[in-house]
Design a binder for this molecule. Structure first.
Ligand code: URA
Length: 244
């Protein structure tokens, strides 16, 4: 870390961790609520369909990333989640494990989810790209075009009420725009899942990897403000200790 005070960075990260987790106990988790039989059957059917897509991604060679990956990272979580969170693409840790958001950015995401009063399993977590771009470079447009149908089908099956688009690549892909994440975040947009389907609300926010790289009270606050809007829209309580 060139010209950087390592202790200061460590302190800032600890501060950010505390902000999202301090003194918080999980309440109102959807997973703990009783599910009616019809919902259970729909969830089981959706899980089966999602697994088919996951298997397709494991066999996929539609772009060059297919021959570079260790594991495809199709996504995971509640097959009928009210929230789908979409990131950019797997990093090294995700490629090694075949699971989304398990590295440092994922650990911060876990804290944010917890601060929202939710559990990781309450939501569905996936990415625009299902395979890791080498050296974590930005996704290329031909890769996004090849991979997008998997994400579109996942969203069709899950039918979430809200999509959280983490970072510029997810937001731009879902909203078909070139605007910056700074312009897009903080307000709801609409994703059209197809004819005859109601639009799904999209909340773009900063990527947790960006938060880790660009620590500031303001950026941290902006992400939390975006999450509060999501919770309010879903009629979920904002945890007491984190109202502001
Ligand atoms: N960053 C992403 O966008 N997705 C992951 O799964 C991990 C890091």
């Amino acid at each position: 870390m060139k010209d950087m005070d390592v202790n200061k960075v460590a302190r800032q990260h600890a501060e950010m961790d505390n902000f999202f987790t301090d003194g918080f106990t999980i309440k109102d988790s959807r997973a703990e609520q009783k599910q009616p039989e019809a919902d259970k059957a729909a969830a089981a059917e959706a899980a089966k369909e999602l697994e088919k897509i996951a298997e397709e991604t494991r066999q996929c060679r539609k772009c060059d990333l297919g021959s570079l990956r260790t594991n495809a990272v199709p996504g995971e979580g509640d097959p009928k989640a009210r929230i789908v969170l979409v990131g950019e693409g797997p990093g090294a840790d995700e490629d090694a494990q075949g699971r989304p958001f398990v590295g440092r950015a994922g650990q911060l995401l876990d804290k944010i989810i917890e601060a929202c009063g939710l559990k990781r399993n309450d939501i569905f977590i996936c990415n625009v790209l299902k395979c890791r771009p080498p050296d974590n470079r930005d996704p290329r447009s031909e890769e996004i075009i090849s991979c997008l149908p998997y994400l579109q089908r996942q969203i069709e099956i899950i039918e979430p009420e809200i999509i959280i688009a983490m970072g510029a690549h997810a937001a731009r892909t879902l909203l078909n725009t070139n605007k910056s994440i700074g312009q897009l975040r903080g307000q709801f947009h609409e994703y059209y899942a197809g004819l005859g389907r109601p639009p799904i609300k999209v909340m773009p926010t900063y990527h947790t990897a960006y938060l880790l790289r660009n620590y500031s009270q303001d950026n941290r606050r902006r992400v939390w403000d975006d999450m509060k809007k999501v919770l309010t829209e879903l009629g979920l309580p904002i945890p007491e200790h984190r109202k502001n």
